[in-house]
Design a protein. Sequence first.
Length: 210
Amino acid sequence: MTAIIHVVDDDALFRKGVARLLRACGYQVAVYESGDGLLAHPPEGAPGCILLDLRMAGLGGLELQDRLAAIGHALPIVFLTGHGDIPASVRAIKAGAEDFLSKPVPKETLLGAIERAVVRCEKAQVDRRRLDGLRALVATLTPREHEVFKLVVRGRLNKQIAYELGTAERTVKAHRHCIMQKLQVRSVAEAVSMAEHLGVLTDAGAHDNK
């Protein structure tokens, strides 16, 4: 899927020029003359990034960054500014911006920052799809299987699990067999890896310390 670069800048000449450059480099481009314009139709689906002016009429770049974060929008942001604003750059980077560049920006610098942002976005989307897939598998477990799963990945033996849950060891063995099939794993190590990615071990550990 071709990445889409969302250019948010109130300078019409800059929007036109950078859009021409990015299209020549193989990107799709969407342009907005204000932060409010992008916020009215937040980008969805395709990988990409937001090329965002710091100071604009209406909603400024930092305010737009905050608004997007509040609605859970995850596209990386590359800030551009015509002002040497160090406090703003620190705030933007701390809030998760990919980069903070000063205008006029060399073409190579701009394209490098955009490429890094797109790569990070693509990786995040792959990771998110993987997590969604793992969550879907775990959601197929029954409540009892989920209890057994949490104990298995913490290294409990069948007899220990049976004692903790007040059931027979053979019942635990049956649950383990069903769990491995439903989660599509071939070993406890794979189940542990899945639990780590989903934060199951952290949740269990917190419960254990109560």
